[in-house]
Design a protein around this ligand. Sequence first.
Ligand SMILES: Nc1nc2c(c(=O)[nH]1)N[C@@H](CN(C=O)c1ccc(C(=O)N[C@@H](CCC(=O)O)C(=O)O)cc1)CN2
Length: 449
Amino acid sequence: MQVESWIPSSSYILKLIRAAGGSLGNGNKKLKLARVSAAVLSPLGNPSRASHLFSLPVSIKTLTPESSFPFVSSVFGRRNMASSVLSDCSLPAPARLLPFQRSVQSRTSQFQRSVSFAWRPLSLSAIRSTASPHWSLSASASVAVTTETSAKVIDGKAVAKQIKDEIAGEIVRMKDGIGIVPGLAVILVGSRKDSQTYVRNKKKACEAVGIKSYEANLPEDSTEEEVLKHIACFNDDPSVHGILVQLPLPRHMNEEKILNAIGLEKDVDGFHPLNIGRLSMQGRDPLFVPCTPKGCMELLHRYGVEIKGKRAVVIGRSNIVGMPAALLLQKANATISMVHSYTKNPVEITRQADIIISAAGVANLVRGSWIKPGAVVIDVGINPVDDAQSPRGYRLVGDVCYEEACKVASAITPVPGGVGPMTIAMLLSNTLSSAKRIHDFKVHVHSFS
Ligand SMILES: Nc1nc2c(c(=O)[nH]1)N[C@@H](CN(C=O)c1ccc(C(=O)N[C@@H](CCC(=O)O)C(=O)O)cc1)CN2
């Protein structure tokens, strides 16, 4: 979701807060924020598919007018303010209402820039709910209330591991067959901690499957020309089959110019406009599909989720995730809606979806009430929230309020351990396909996408 510069109207703020289950008093009146999700269960089958959601104000926490501001900011995902009070819905309500620490906000800012653009193979039957509904009758609303988790967890870490094992086998076959080892070059500009971690993890993953990795680490104040020079070198190097520039780049650089310089045949991130253009056209295929959306699709396929004819909503329209994810879903014959910062009724639109891919970069933006019972939820967000009990002082949560979504969705990716590991697995897959294409080596196993 391109949310940085979006300033919502007050009526819209109220609408979203209500949708999220809260109520906002006027002036000095109390701000009441609380919700409980109660599912009406059908005795006929899967509770998640048969339920309707209600939001009931059950507990009340008093907030001062000042303390209400961070909540509003978090809902609307202003950069640097993504994780704040109430954004961490996996904690009990009182803990969520604690003010967010400044130190974490600065860390959030760093993560947000990269993640706001920025899923064990199973049969369809395995996705079905395994939870048995617990019935209890609410006297006032005559509804059965459950607190049971019913969604199947889509295990991206396990799927990524399986894919990496398959890739490792292919690389051995290729090396034995034609003496070629795939090579991946990664260019990192600057010293962002998160980008350094991702690049280190990519290098480790390459080593684990037998891909040779090349690295160029350039200082923050490098010129565009220096980056372009490194790209040109890697373009000309026959031992390099894939090139990527870790994003985001420092602000003074022209991202478009730099990404366009990567040879089309080595564009393993799939960000070159020609690759994206082909993705958007009927009957054409790109040489490479961007790794995160490709990972989302791979999870849907491996978990047997039917896409054809389904309604899908993509939240966020970044070049790296949202936009290519929508194009991929469309190619798979889903009917797509995109929800973004100018969307007038995001909750209603999202609630119609059979499949939700959220890549907004806003912690816990998507509440249980946004989700149609039985929908499949793919959460791409990686948002840090304060956690004194974690050794890092923070932990990662998705765009989706997991504890609420679990009770409504039929399947959901966790954060961490969902889409994130798939991003790297798909990068390895793209690098292997690139080497195979360049050396005309026959495809042997499933080629992931
Ligand atoms: N050139 C690119 N830049 C960026 C991309 C990209 O695909 N190409 N994507 C992101 C960052 N990214 C890879 O680069 C990435 C992000 C997250 C993960 C991941 O495995 N996350 C874990 C949690 C990690 C943690 O604990 O810190 C998870 O979700 O389980 C992998 C890769 C932006 N830049």
